[in-house]
Design a protein around this ligand. Sequence first.
Ligand code: ADP
Length: 499
Amino acid sequence: ESLMAQCKLFGKKDLPIKYTSLFINNEFVPSIEGNKFPTFCPATGEKICDVEEGRKADVQKAVLAAKQAFEFNSVWRRTDASQRGRLIQKLARLVERDSEYLSQLETLDNGKPLAESLNDISDTIKCFEYYAGWSDKIEGKTIPVDGDYFAYTHYEPIGIVGQIIPWNFPLLMAAWKLAPALTTGNVVILKLAEQTPLTGLYLASLIKEAGFPPGVVNVIPGYGPTAGAAISEHMEIDKVAFTGSTEVGHLIMQAAGRTNLKNVTLEMGGKSPNIILKDADIDSAVETSQATVFYNQGEICSSGSRTYVQEEIYEEFVRKSVELAMKVKTGDPFHPDTTMGAQVSEEQLMKILEHIESGKKEGAKLECGGSRHGDKGYFLQPTIFSNVQDDMKIAREEIFGPVQSIFKFKTMDEAIERANDTKYGLGGGVFTRDIENAMYVSSRLKTGTVWINCFDVTLANTPFGGYKMSGTGREMGEEGLRQYSEVKTTIMKIAKKIS
Ligand code: ADP
């Protein structure tokens, strides 16, 4: 079967698209101004359907719903913490129930292989389960202060939270945002990425089915400069959490600064270094270093996109990497043998091709790939450059595609210095069999996460986020709770305290 037929089959016949409008106050509603926008299947370039486009007025409507849901005597504010956990747990079960459908919908809208969509669903479930467990375990302190006082702290929800997510892991990013915000009792306005609105809207239906009260979660599909900006500029939104490009991260923080100084957390781009020392298990290092740039078509913010290899093993590493890249199966993301799907959009594909051209022009050696794959859909050949120099554009800018850049280094200290010479600081990695060297490198990498003999392992219970221009704040783990909580100190006068 051709890719076209396959996508047609899934998109237009076998896979019903049930939700294409805004989700406000537990209802699916059209946009106020009546605008719609198309979403495309990246594997064929065909339009899947039109989706209602949320703009400023719709964000305002969602804020009013959220505000009501957050009033002092609302159902949500009167809900026990344990019950919040139960609702999130229920949501996890509903995602599990519909995981087959959700994974197909994700692949249709995003272009990633079905197996990878299934991994995302499994991580989505784990994320909801993990944060469900926290709801009634978020404890404050009593503090032994001087004088006749009794002092304690406890955590309160921040309030109305705006969340803006990208298109590379549409459903999983929604879970990363929603789960910690809901377990801590906030109300949410979630803006989906315009390229991939479908799974987020379906998730909205499951939120309603799970039993969350109206207005607690509102979901807006729409564009950044309209719906996204309306969120980051809104005077009554108390916090904005964003995942996306560093460029837009600047705009979000500026918008918060211009308006109500809302709390801001940002998770943005990266150019993460991956250092392979000469004593590493070379086959494992080759495989993992490639997986971090090829998985999800390279559309991963923490992708190890700068592979630094020690000179003694450089030639062997490059040769083995190219051999491995030849085994990648690019094509129909619904086919079980496919290991690389389509880039999310033509725009992204073109951007990646521009980077590849600049790599060639600046003198990097193209070892394999480098062109579009096929003439339908937005596929790219898996691409490897060797002989990459630190000042080349492909070494400095995020490519967000399946392009591996391999650098050569002599000493460990040199590798560390070059690894840290970037405005980014999201992830970093080191491959070695020597524990001393592993710790030496990992403690010197200026990144939010360091992986030793692995890469891009992200878990519900470990914090994730960036140093420098890769981000502020941490998502996931216990740290993730703090981003959605205000700590309140209460000091009470008491008579004749004794100790
Ligand atoms: P990418 O370049 O990977 O598409 P973006 O940072 O542009 O990443 O997009 C990430 C999210 O930010 C998307 O939901 C997008 O709509 C949103 N966005 C884009 N521009 C703005 C903006 N000016 N204000 C708020 N959100 C925006």
